[in-house]
Design a protein around this ligand. Structure first.
Ligand code: FAD
Length: 483
């Protein structure tokens, strides 16, 4: 890597959700053009529902620091409107081209198209690449040219039978970076992405944002967990999944790297159930982006319009109890506290807490989506909206509304010994395993011996599981009648 003061042949590499040097098609292309000016712009024109939540801001701060380090302190970090800043940078550095990897949220697509046409008008070629998906949404359509709405045919027929995904590209060998005024850590600090109250201390212990952290997560997964993924991915107390989601969201690793690492590490991966299931989870990520691209506002609008007539309840008290992990249902509370403490929640538990909010509490899925958006380190408009609509039953290929997860049975099945609950609800730790998912069923003297007074040390359930399940089914029937 060399640095250059001359301003000839400058190619602006606009980093967005691709904060890595390896397998970065736009960056590799930029390196071939001449002097690369690496830029990240914190886009303050993002619409309200796309503005980064608190947890994501913390991640971004650290991810930018890591990228800047890999770029030898040459990353120029700005804040503002890219529609103005990119042309300004072109002028300032006499740039001869601009490149980026594509993003798929509607507002990002509109913004990028407008920047591209503006640059082209000024004879500055702008090129975009696919750096974050295995198959781009516009590539995959049914025979009648309409988009798929069901995952299995989309993935098995639409994707797997298409051309294989792009093989990862290596880091550019000859890289010359521009010396830009103001590049380096100062720009990152000026974004003020970390809060004054350091609530992120537990997150720091668990996560290493950046390309290196992503690579070591992937290696650990391949060595320790991939071959037992099908079963272990359901057990929240076990490290049975890859924990790659925030790294994938910020593009510190591409799905292509994960995909081909699995295919390279094991023979005939598709014939191995655990690996096939893992690859298909990457497929669910693709499907979420596919829905985001082909259908309008899936983060706000019910995919299934019948849900526009659903009789949601409004209860600030219940919503807050859910958010704070104070519902009195241990597996739900453990999940919500895991989210708040670590910025992550296990997928099985996301489904349980989601079902509890939407069905047992009858609260609109959009409330859950917003809370997750603020608290998750992997908050991702595509996967979060698709996940919530799946849970609510309003989404494409969704879990049927009448399937109400029973949190007690889910807890007993997937957290048999209550280890997960004990981690996040330590006040219940002394309860015997058979009672840990239902403290309300324990005799008074057992509770006393365990140092628990329900309603004081741990809440009584805020709803009766059986009655609230019936209420949800009745609401569903009401919705069907209204349609
Ligand atoms: P692994 O099991 O190791 O899977 C590997 C990768 O596949 C993940 O990193 C992720 O990118 C992708 N993936 C796995 N499951 C899914 C899925 N169901 N849908 C889409 N992609 C998937 N995922 C996010 O990345 N961001 C979100 O904001 C998000 N919100 C969700 C909200 C709800 C209500 C639900 C039910 C799921 C949500 N998910 C979201 C999907 C899933 O829970 C996470 O991707 C997963 O838990 C991340 O852990 P992991 O990286 O260890 O996953």
């Amino acid at each position: 890597m060399t640095a250059n003061n001359s301003q000839n042949n400058v190619c602006i590499m606009w980093f967005r959700q691709d904060l890595r040097l390896l397998d970065n098609p736009a960056f590799s292309f930029a390196a071939e053009q001449g002097n690369v000016l690496p830029v990240f712009i914190f886009d303050n024109t993002a619409p309200k529902n796309a503005k980064l939540g608190g947890a994501s801001q913390w991640w971004l701060h650290n991810s930018l620091k890591s990228l800047n380090k890999s770029l030898d302190n040459h990353l120029l970090v700005l804040s503002g409107d890219p529609k103005k800043l990119i042309p300004q940078l072109c002028e300032e550095y006499s740039a001869s081209s601009v490149v980026w990897n594509r993003c798929y949220e509607e507002w990002q697509r509109e913004r990028d198209a407008s920047i591209k046409s503006e640059l082209n008008k000024n004879d500055i070629p702008a090129r975009s690449f696919n750096g974050s998906l295995l198959w781009e949404p516009m590539q995959v359509l049914k025979k009648d040219e309409t988009p798929y709405k069901v995952f299995t045919p989309y993935y098995r027929k639409g994707c797997l039978q298409k051309d294989p995904p792009r093989f990862p590209v290596s880091k550019p060998e000859n890289l010359t970076l521009c010396e830009a005024k103001g590049a380096g850590e100062t720009g990152i600090e000026q974004l003020k992405l970390t809060p004054s109250i350091p609530w992120y201390k537990d997150m720091e212990k668990m996560w290493e944002p950046g390309e290196e952290g992503a690579a070591s997560r992937l290696s650990r997964f391949i060595e320790e967990a991939a071959q037992s993924y099908q079963n272990d991915r359901n057990l929240p107390a076990v490290k049975g999944t890859s924990l790659l989601s925030p790294h994938l969201h910020f593009g510190e690793i591409s799905p292509n790297q994960a995909w081909f690492a699995i295919l390279g590490a094991f023979d005939n991966a598709f014939d191995h159930k655990d690996l096939d299931v893992y690859l298909s989870e990457l497929g669910w990520r693709e499907f979420s982006y596919y829905l985001l691209y082909h259908f309008d506002n899936i983060n706000e609008v019910n995919f299934n319009a019948k849900f526009n007539h659903f009789p949601w309840r409004s209860s600030r008290k219940d919503l807050e109890a859910w958010q704070k992990g104070q519902t009195g249902i241990p597996i739900v509370d453990a999940g919500m506290r895991e989210l708040y403490k670590t910025g992550y929640m296990h997928n099985r538990v996301r489904m349980i807490v989601g079902s509890f909010l939407v069905k047992n509490l009858l609260i609109d899925w959009r409330e859950g989506e917003r809370w997750f958006w603020d608290c998750l380190l992997d908050a991702d408009m595509a996967s979060n909206s698709a996940g919530w609509q799946w849970v609510a039953g309003s989404g494409a290929d969704a879990s049927p509304y009448f399937r109400v997860f029973n949190p007690l049975l889910q807890g007993e099945k997937f957290d048999k010994e209550g280890e997960y609950v004990k981690t996040y609800c330590p006040e219940l730790a002394k309860l015997p395993s058979k009672l840990i998912h239902q403290p309300w069923a324990a005799e008074k003297n057992v509770l006393k011996a365990c140092g628990i007074e329900l309603g004081k040390d741990y809440p009584k359930p805020i709803v009766d599981l059986k009655a609230s399940r019936q209420r949800a089914l009745d609401a569903f029937s009401e919705m069907k009648e209204r349609n």
